[in-house]
Design a protein around this ligand. Structure first.
Ligand code: ATP
Length: 317
């Protein structure tokens, strides 16, 4: 057993009070706490696992609100730094009637982007059995260097590195730079999860066939996962590969499904690493992770929709 340490951004999504409108048409917005690495931390904790979040927030009402959310969910926040000179990041996000997701970010720069190496809680990072991160913290300095340092410290201390790139194209200067920088740390991870969309973006192919996924395989990798929404997920290890179907649910809002899936996976791996070598155990674990993702789509928002253990066991049975 051990702890999952999740590194990166936590922010507030503002989502329209009514469905299917553009940002300009929205009559009003609701606050929805988010940021993929923070969602993962809360997903682990809600299922009963030990988890810490490492990142930076503004020393403002929103930053303190987000710390309270971590605390209430049982996530260790001793790795969170507050910046009195910068704001907590905001993102306005909507799913328009035409199915397009529209984002508008307020990061100029926001506190999460200003985390420095010197501010890292290295003692906490060294306790990680699994160290998890995304790619948004790679976009600009000084956060980029802090991210790379934290990975190095965690790896040296024996942690498995877990990477979910969580592509947010509008945050990058160009698609080319996004692809390059996201792939620049690919070789170092032990576990990588991509969505079908990210697989296509990173490989430049328009299919999610095994041959395409294998382009993202690296010798150091232990487990590569491709999530396929309602179709579940595919898994690849050096010895075996296959797919695991998800559960039928009434989908309301997919936000956070990928993060719930990752949280469930990492929470199980800190309990029993042998699932990485044993295909039957891995399939059972991925059924559990799919169930967590599926439940998350049945409610609005990410964090409010993350399931507890009882809900997951009920869906599986
Ligand atoms: P996000 O919306 O958080 O960015 P993602 O694109 O990273 O998500 P998805 O592939 O949408 O990830 O979903 C992650 C997992 O959640 C899937 O692998 C699947 O197990 C489950 N899931 C997602 N949508 C559904 C659905 N409609 N029905 C059943 N399971 C689902």
């Amino acid at each position: 057993s051990g702890i999952v340490v999740s590194f990166g951004e936590m922010l507030i999504d503002f989502v329209p009070t009514v469905a299917g409108v553009s940002l300009a048409e929205a009559p009003g917005f609701l606050k929805a706490p988010g940021g993929a690495p923070a969602n993962v931390a809360i997903a682990v904790a809600r299922l009963g696992g030990h988890c810490a979040f490492v990142g930076k927030l503004g020393d403002d009402e929103f930053g303190r609100m987000l710390v309270a959310i971590l605390r209430e969910n049982g996530v260790d926040y001793s790795g969170v730094t507050l910046d009195s000179g910068a704001r907590t990041a905001l993102a306005f996000v909507t799913l328009r009637a035409d199915g397009e997701r529209e984002f508008m970010f307020y990061r100029n720069p926001s506190a999460d982007m200003l985390l420095t190496e010197a501010e890292l809680n290295l003692d906490l990072i060294r306790k990680a059995a699994v160290f998890h991160y995304g790619s948004i913290s790679l976009i600009t300095e000084p956060c980029r260097s802090a991210h790379l340092k934290a990975m190095e410290v965690a790896k040296q201390a024996g942690a498995l590195l877990s990477y979910d790139p969580n592509l947010r194209l509008p945050l990058w200067p160009s698609a080319r730079e996004a692809r390059e920088k996201i792939l620049s740390i690919w070789d170092q991870a032990d576990i990588i999860k991509v969505s079908d969309v990210e697989l296509e973006f990173l490989t430049g192919e328009d299919s999610v066939e095994d041959e395409v996924a294998m382009k993202l395989w690296r010798p150091n990798l232990t487990l590569l996962l491709v999530t396929l929404g309602e179709k579940g997920c595919k898994y690849y290890t050096k010895d075996f590969h296959g797919s695991v179907e998800s559960f039928f649910v009434k989908q309301v809002d997919t936000t956070g499904a990928g993060d719930a899936f990752v949280g469930a996976l990492l929470g199980k791996i800190i309990e029993d690493r042998s699932a990485l070598q044993d295909e039957e155990k891995l399939k059972e674990l991925l059924r559990f992770a799919n169930a967590c993702g599926a439940i998350t789509t049945t409610k609005k928002g990410a964090i409010p929709a993350l399931p507890n253990l009882a809900e997951v066991l009920q869906l599986i049975e």
